[in-house]
Design a protein around this ligand. Sequence first.
Ligand code: FES
Length: 198
Amino acid sequence: MTTEEQTPEDKPELKISETPAPRKPKQDRTPENDPGLWRMGRKNFFSYSAWLAFFGFIGISTIGTLRMMFPRILFEPTKKFKVGLPNDYVLGEVSEKYIEKGIWIIREVTGFYALIAICTHLGCTPRWLPTEEKFKCPCHGSGYYKNGVNFEGPTPRPLERASISITEDGEIEVDLSIKFLYEKGEWGKEGSYFGFTA
Ligand code: FES
């Protein structure tokens, strides 16, 4: 007899067990004790650690690159600057036009000099008192003549002068990085003064 000729009764009977093997319960802890998402095996732990290390590395590299693109540079104000034409200044006057840059420009009959507005006692900023024709420090009372020489108070020495010169285009230029000290005999040096008569 061929396969087609078999009747359903002739086919071997499939035996199905009536009591299936017990399945392992998915939840083997009480809800109160189950850590849920944080429950992980050793394998998962290493996998998470590896990903964490990877993203940490990427993050640190990115921060490093960004810092390289924006270096921390301290932009200091320039110490060399132009202060206008000689005839912008009145003869005999102490000009406070550039006091915010820390300088007084003084025009005399024979030329110009620039005094640095820092008291040589402890570094306060003196004030120019035009009626008394002197610089007076508000901190401890040191006083200086118009030429910068000290005459009263605790300061031990005159004000300092900054380099002053005239450029090719006829403007006055001051350089605060070059100083001239009276006590060192530097007030006669080139740069401490420039001659100008008009
Ligand atoms: S800081 Fe100017 S007198 Fe002391």
